[in-house]
Ligand binder design. Structure first.
Ligand code: CNA
Length: 246
C-alpha cells in the first residue's frame, strides 16, 4: 500500500465530519462474493463464462419475463449470495458511523453485508436479495426461501411468482433512493468511492452532485471518473480500511 496516500486519506477522514461512502461489488470481494468486472468477475472474458448469455442480458427485465426459469437459475447461483460474512471494510464503515463521522453508506450491492456489520443508514440503490415479493399478492419472503426453492419460486398463498426486490437492467431504481443519495452527496464534506467500476447508470452519475466535498476513489482498477478525485488510491481497499483509524 502507498503509505503517503494512506496518510493523506487518514488526514482527510480525521478532518471530516460528514462523510458519505459510495461503494459497489468490490466492497464484498474480500468476503468471497465475486464482483462483475474484476478478472474473476461474472463479466470476465467471454470464453471463461459459465453461462450461455451475457450477465447483463440474464439480469434484465426482458430475460426475467421471457426466460423466467433460467433467470432464477442464474439469480440463485450467482446473485443470491447467502452465508457470507462482512469484511474489514464493512466493519470500519460501521465504526465510522458509530463515532458520528460517517452519515451514510450508499451501495450498489444487494448482499446486505453493510447492515450485518452494523451500519444503520444504508441506501441500497439496487435493492436487496433479502426482500422478495409475490408478484400477485405482495406476500413477503426471505432470501433463503427463494434460494432453496426448486425452479421458479412460488408464493405459498397464491402460487404467484416471487420476485426479488433487486433492480434488474431496464427497471427503475426503488422509489426515492436516488433523491436521497443525491442529497447526501450534496451535503457531504468527504465522499469516499470504493469498489465500483462506476459503469452502471444512474448510480455512476451520482458524483455530478458533489458540492465542494473532497473526493477519494479507492479502486484496484481505473474508473471513468478518476480524473475528478482529490485522492486516488489504486489499491486493495481491505488493506486501506483495516489500517484506517475511525
Ligand atoms: P463492478 O463493475 O464489478 O466493479 C467492481 C470494481 O471493484 C472493479 O473496478 C474492481 O477493480 C474493484 N475491486 C474489486 N475488489 C476490490 C478490492 N478489494 N479493493 C479495491 N477495488 C476492488 O461492480 P459495480 O458495483 O461497479 O457494478 C454495479 C453492479 C454490480 C450492481 O448492480 C450490483 O448489484 C452488482 N453486484 C453486486 C454484488 C454484491 O451485492 N456483492 C456482487 C456482484 C455484482
Amino acid at each position: 500500500m502507498d503509505r503517503n496516500k494512506f496518510e493523506q486519506f487518514q488526514k482527510l477522514v480525521d478532518n471530516s465530519k460528514n462523510i458519505v461512502f459510495f461503494g459497489g461489488a468490490g466492497v464484498s470481494t474480500a468476503s468471497g462474493i465475486p464482483d462483475f468486472r474484476s478478472e474473476n468477475g461474472l463479466y470476465g472474458e467471454e470464453s471463461k463464462r459459465k453461462h450461455k448469455y451475457s450477465p447483463e442480458y440474464m439480469l434484465s427485465h426482458t430475460f426475467y419475463k421471457d426466460n423466467t426459469e433460467e433467470f432464477f437459475e442464474f439469480y440463485k447461483t450467482e446473485m443470491c449470495a447467502l452465508g457470507y460474512k462482512p469484511n474489514d471494510t464493512h466493519y470500519k464503515l460501521a465504526e465510522l458511523e458509530k463515532v458520528g463521522k460517517l452519515k451514510a453508506v450508499i451501495t450498489q450491492n444487494i448482499d446486505g453485508l453493510h447492515q450485518l456489520a452494523g451500519s444503520k443508514n444504508v441506501i441500497e440503490l439496487h435493492g436487496t436479495i433479502h426482500k422478495n415479493t409475490c408478484t400477485e399478492c405482495s406476500e413477503q419472503y426471505t432470501a433463503e426461501y427463494v434460494k432453496n426453492s426448486i425452479g421458479i419460486p412460488r408464493c405459498k398463498e397464491c402460487g404467484g411468482i416471487i420476485k426479488p426486490d433487486v433492480t434488474l437492467y431496464e427497471e427503475m431504481l426503488p422509489y426515492g433512493v436516488l433523491t436521497k443519495a443525491r442529497r447526501l452527496i450534496r451535503q457531504a464534506d468527504l465522499v469516499i468511492v470504493a469498489g465500483t467500476s462506476l459503469n452502471v447508470q444512474p448510480a455512476a452519475g451520482l458524483l455530478s452532485e458533489l458540492n465542494g466535498a473532497k473526493l477519494v476513489i479507492i479502486n484496484k482498477t481505473e474508473t471513468p471518473q478518476d480524473y475528478i478525485a482529490d485522492l486516488l488510491i489504486k489499491d486493495d481497499m481491505t488493506e486501506v480500511f483495516s489500517e484506517l483509524k475511525a
